[in-house]
Ligand binder design. Structure first.
Ligand SMILES: [Zn+2]
Length: 268
């Protein structure tokens, strides 16, 4: 059910349930039989559907002036834009052998085991999923990126939730960041410098905003994306970031161990 709070409230108030009533009825959102509970006790309207896949749930407090109502709606709508509810189909990584193999083969295991990356397995889509933390508040997730574990699953990379915030992996003390192709590469470099994945897209405003905090920025895309690397470096420079360098790579960063990456960036 994709209805937001305001739409739900409209439907619920349209039921004209009298004050101080508690009742069960068929859910107008999911058509569940007798699954919707509504109570209008103490000048509130509370509603909640017991059907597992139905998101009908809310609370409206009393009869107040319009400013109060607008403020409540606004707050609800803004938070629903950024909040990402982790789907039930995301299971612990170790519940699937292919997922386990993928993170070992692509040098993500270390980042995952040290808590630098939040990686799960989506049993519904058969993907390794990398959860994306909010740029300002790293304790909040805003979305996820899922890598298909079999060649018949399309697309290879799937974005869940917010599509503008980049996946990044690193340590708070890092002064250097590198733009990489995918989440696995971002994890592979994350003990040495912070990896920021662009996932085949162009730079977005949120990427540039996020990169402003670093003293030095590398662009390290795949070997066959050299022209794109220079384009991105130029774009960052014209954005006002001065210390930007294209990093020539002999292979994808996800195929290098932490020790190899350390050597690569210490020999500058
Ligand atoms: Zn329902």
């Amino acid at each position: 059910m994709g209805l937001n709070y305001k739409q739900q409230l409209e439907v619920i108030t349209g039921l004209f349930i009298p004050p101080d009533t508690t009742m069960r009825l068929d859910c107008p959102f999911c058509n569940g039989k007798n699954t919707l509970s509504v109570d209008t006790m103490n000048d509130n309207i509370n509603w909640h559907c017991f059907h597992a896949s139905c998101s009908a749930k809310g609370r409206y407090q009393g009869e107040k002036n319009m400013n109060y109502v607008n403020a409540t709606f606004k707050q609800k709508e803004e938070s629903s834009d950024t909040e990402f509810i982790i789907p039930d189909s995301f299971k612990i990584l170790y519940s699937n052998d292919k997922a386990k193999k993928y993170i070992h083969k692509n040098n993500c295991w270390e980042a995952w085991s040290w808590g630098r990356a939040d990686i799960k397995y989506d049993v519904k889509q058969d993907r390794v999923v990398f959860l994306i933390r909010d740029n300002e508040d790293p304790t909040t997730f805003v979305g996820a990126v899922g890598r298909a574990l079999s060649s018949i699953i399309y697309p290879k990379w799937y974005m869940y939730g917010n599509k503008d915030v980049p996946f990044k992996c690193g340590l708070p003390e890092h002064k250097e960041a590198i733009i990489v192709e995918d989440c696995a590469s971002a994890c592979a470099v994350s003990n040495i410098l912070t990896g920021v994945a662009i996932l085949g897209t162009s730079l977005k405003e949120s990427h540039k905003q996020y990169l402003k905090q670093y003293d030095k920025i590398y662009v390290g895309l795949d070997r066959d994306a050299t022209k794109k690397s220079y384009d991105i470096a130029n774009e960052l420079k014209s954005y006002g970031l001065q210390n930007v360098h294209v990093k020539p790579l002999s292979d994808d960063l996800k195929y290098f161990s932490t020790e190899e990456i350390k050597d690569m960036f210490n020999n500058e």
